[in-house]
Ligand binder design. Structure first.
Ligand SMILES: *Cc1c(COP(=O)(O)O)cnc(C)c1O
Length: 373
């Protein structure tokens, strides 16, 4: 293999257990596995999550939802994104729950449910300040009334989404708007009715015995801790994914030589340059050249020059021992006592962990470690 991602499903399982243990009792865990389980691969990931005991899955669209449903019945699957009209039928075919945002969707779902003589389950999504999906909170009550008048539609939950969890003032305002709707709407008070807002980085809604009884966890379960303070911010989750490649060539180049496209790096000394057999065509972000490092034999070496589609350059001049061709290069993960976090690589590259995970391409085989320690 020229490069590969290692995915430690036992670590995923331990993270889940840790998260669950840290949540107040009775709070349901909605595992967010959109975008191929954040690049980890939906089938192995969701299978392990099913064994681990998540309560509900959430995905972005009906295609992703159908993939999970085909793995087994029994788990509620919430589709977070809006459905295109031609996708509505999938709600019934795959027994899915939709996040409903508008009167127009309600009417479509009602018509379908009537035609098929079945019920359609929804969570109502409220826009409290994200400015994206959801009914604007000031218009929510009339939509709730309309849902209550629709016998074909089963309202199973209500949610909102925070725009900037790091801004506690704005988040507090969003939470207040959300709770005011719930209080005015006199929603059903049964434990199976889910009230949720928090994602990995905003788990603060559980202070003061609030009404919330579910969380939507994406990034955190994959072991990428929230950088900002939050209820679960201090959790010692373990990275699930690591990314490795191999050293394909080593060469000596004289001082003054410029490297790679656009000649963004010029050697300041006679140097030994390694060529790693992976580039942005795999997962190494374009903008991490001259910023990030790679680990070889437990030592850290700087990536230099611009990352290219298939190769990345690494400065091995300071290596004491000879490094053999074919040696493993770790770009995310651990070697001995050193570790490169995915969030560090993302920051070096000027992006966010979510995007970096989504940019691991098809060319990268995913190798699964399944063994429990
Ligand atoms: C992706 C997503 C989440 C999960 O967010 P993380 O920060 O990855 O935990 C939660 N809610 C909605 C609506 C989402 O789209």
């Amino acid at each position: 293999m020229r490069c590969w991602a290692e995915i430690d499903l036992a670590a995923l399982e331990r993270n889940l257990a840790l998260i669950r243990k840290s949540l107040p009792s009775g709070v349901r865990l909605i595992s967010v596995v959109k975008a191929d389980a954040y690049g980890h691969g939906i089938h192995p990931t969701a299978t392990r999550l099913m064994q681990t005991g998540v309560d509900t899955f959430a995905v972005a669209n009906v295609k992703e939802a159908a993939d999970i449903r085909e793995m087994g019945s029994g788990w509620p699957i919430l589709v977070l994104g809006p459905l295109l009209a031609e996708e509505d039928q999938a709600l019934l075919d795959y027994d899915l729950t939709a996040a409903l945002s508008s009167q127009e969707e309600l009417e479509r779902f009602q018509a379908l449910a009537r035609k098929e003589n079945q019920e359609i389950s929804v969570h109502l999504k409220i826009d409290t300040g994200m400015g994206r999906l959801g009914v604007w909170w000031e218009n929510a009550l009339s939509l709730i009334e309309a849902i209550k008048q629709a016998p074909e539609i089963k309202l199973c939950g209500i949610l909102t989404h925070f725009a900037q969890p790091s801004d506690s003032g704005f988040t507090k305002e969003q939470r207040k708007r959300f709770l005011s709707i719930i209080e005015q709407a006199k929603l059903e008070d049964e434990p199976s009715f889910l009230i949720h807002a928090d994602n990995s980085s905003s788990l603060r809604s559980f202070e003061n015995n609030s009404l919330f009884n579910a969380v939507r966890i994406g990034l955190l379960q994959f072991g990428i801790a929230s950088p900002r303070g939050s209820l679960l911010g201090g959790l010692e989750v373990e990275p699930v994914l690591s990314f490795h490649s191999k050293l394909a060539m080593v060469k000596e180049l004289p001082k003054g030589t410029s490297l790679s496209y656009d000649r963004q790096y010029t050697l300041k000394r006679d140097s030994r340059i390694g060529i790693i057999s992976a580039g942005y065509g795999d997962a190494i972000p374009l903008h991490c050249g001259n910023r990030s490092n790679g680990l070889i034999q437990g030592q850290s070496y700087p990536l230099i020059g611009r990352v290219t589609m298939d190769q990345t350059l690494i400065d091995l001049t300071d290596s004491r021992d000879e490094i053999q061709l074919g040696e493993k290069v770790t770009l995310v993960g651990k070697q001995d006592s050193r570790e490169i976090l995915l969030s560090t690589l993302a920051e070096d590259a000027g992006t966010i962990p979510w995007e970096l995970l989504c940019s691991i391409t098809k060319r990268v085989p995913r190798i699964y470690r399944t063994k429990r320690e």
